[in-house]
Design a protein around this ligand. Sequence first.
Ligand code: BGC
Ligand code: ZN
Length: 339
Amino acid sequence: MLEVGICGTDKEIVSFEYGTPPEGFDYLVIGHESVGEIVEVGGGVSKIKAGDLVVPTVRRPCPHPDCVACRQGRQDFCYTGDFTERGIKQRHGYMTEMVVEEERYLNPVPAELRAVAVLVEPLTIAEKALAQLWDIQKRLPWACPEDGQGPGHCRNVVVLGAGPVGLLGAMAFVVAGFNVTVYSRTQSHEDKDDIVSAIGANFIAAETHDVEQMAKAVGRIDVVYEAVGASSLAFEVVKHLSANGVFIFTGVPGRKGPVQVDTDFIMRDMVLNNQLIYGTVNAPPESFAAAIRDMDIFMKRWPGAVKSIITGRYSIEDALEPLSGKGGGIKNIVTIAHE
Ligand code: BGC
Ligand code: ZN
């Protein structure tokens, strides 16, 4: 393994709020966002060879014969909940020097992407969300004629949150042609605003604009890509979704107290405007391939902005610092091996 990223899921695991060790172990090796280099391959391997860079997927199928999702390699849609996840649920992860993995779970990455390949896994969240968005919106005339611009060019997207999932999602939506606005608090990191403007998206700061003012500034909100995990904010923004709009949940809120939500208003609006809300988790190999393709486009268009998402690199000895939330910044990673 070369590098492993740290996210909210890892922080929850190290504070014992989430995660399960493999059977027979009283500890779990964490790490599910990663990039590694192939050292050696077995006899049946044909698509990768020693020296290749790879990003592994996270989820492994459940054992149930009647889980049609897992039986077709779509464990990201597992029905039973008995899937496992490397570094998260009943399987050791990648924050270690050497890993043995099956070829079908490894996604080859071009050597030019070495510096940012550790961001591929968090980008797969947006790629899976986008693939579903295009499928779902086939229910109506939605995409616009492509005059050299991406198919989303006539649609406005609001990204909630400017953490790694939000920023990488914003980049993927820009590449798909959408007009993107990122709505986030700035105080924790001023560079977020710079990254957002570098990619040609708009930044609206939550400190200066409440949800109402943000919605007014954007105009018609066709899509919301939620990447904060704050339900009260999400349901506040739902009220401003346009006709035929889609709201995508990717954040996992912690359990706080109950919040007040105007359910009649939201339900009425959803029905009378053909709106849709969906949640999405994990990603299949197709989304890893899409993320690797998009990462290459990002690096050609905005190399500085992409690299500046990684704000901290730590040795494995110092990994507890970012894991306990003391790292700050946007994305912290742990360096396992140096070239
Ligand atoms: C990972 C997903 C995983 C989810 C739930 C996320 O941090 O990116 O792959 O499915 O946690 O465990
Ligand atoms: Zn399953």
